[in-house]
Design a protein around this ligand. Sequence first.
Ligand code: SF4
Length: 435
Amino acid sequence: MSSVNTAIQLITREEAENGRSAAGATCSPALAQGPWEYDLAEAAAGIPAYGPGASSSDAAPKATPRQGQLPEEYKLASDAELDARIRAAKATLGDRAVILGHFYQRDEVVQYADFVGDSFQLANAALTKPNAEAIIFCGVHFMAETADILSSSEQSVILPNLAAGCSMADMADEDSVEECWEQLEELFGSAPDSEGRAPVIPVTYMNSSAALKAFCGRNGGIVCTSSNAKTVLEWAFERGQRVLFFPDQHLGRNTAKALGVPLEQMPMWNPRKEFGGNDEQTLLDSRVILWHGFCSVHKRFNVAQIEKARADFPGVNVIVHPECPMEVVDAADGAGSTDFIKKAIAAATEPTTFAVGTEINMVNRLAAENPQHTIFCLDPVICPCSTMYRIHPGYLAWVLEELVEGRVANRITVDESVKDNAKIALERMLAAKPL
Ligand code: SF4
């Protein structure tokens, strides 16, 4: 079965009818509902939440963007009606609109995408469509911000559901990072050492707000993706005595470990504690200070799942994303970005069994696209990225039909001053070359 949504519907229906599921398990029966149902529940409770899925138990910041009500007609429309309306609006708009679909997005949305890829690939793909007035990003908030930073001022970037944030990106907010920076400056000073290296270089993962990319731009720092994190860390070590890496501790730790940085020189920074919960000497001895952030999708993977896959499928090739915990990366046969995972599977010339540690929508799509191989998700529970999942075809139909009527709904706009500094950090990343 290739569609995660079909599987969720089947599991929840069987659970409702028989009291137990014969087809597998999902982490939340609420996934079978339309996202507007939990948008409403949230509004009533007054407490922002990420919705069902892997991030459901993460605390969403109070200021996290909320989605206003979706017109009733889109909630009531059948799948077939939404499909017809999306196709008709897309045909009317033609080259005036480009739809981007992230690898982790659900199939019912990805089927309309002009480009499918990771966040940075998609932002760059949009650059190949300079005549498109609207870039509809079927991903999450930070991705739409990146597309806005890189696109022209005449283009509007649209996020079909404003509540599609990212729990990992939200774990590092600008105020907490500024406060951390002040404390580090107080401890390290700001003077370079005898080799001209700054005391600390900030490195932000692409999965962060535009404000943090701008923070890096202003402070001699840089952005990285999961594909180029090693090159970026090497760039940073040439210019700094140590690195402050946010928001994903796992990508930071896995990458620095592969570069030979000892674990004891990678303290964690807890933004709720003085000096991040560290003593001064630990910070003075550090090479990489890791922000206490993580992706709740990739945190679900564990070594026991790998052991089970190896027992059930002798010879299985286990590939995981570097947002997974270090023990999981260490126990896998390979680790790398979504692009790395795609290429590793494409490179297998003989039928192979792959156990993959990344988001379920991508894994199921890889399985459907590569029938010569056996491909399954390491996590037996169907638990998609909560926030990607908030982009439902109903929201896509709505923003497209608004465009047809000459209205831009859900535009994501990054302030010009933030854009300029964020671009500096992104350009440093593009210029960084492997050593
Ligand atoms: S998979 Fe993880 S990092 Fe990616 S958008 Fe979802 S929560 Fe954020």
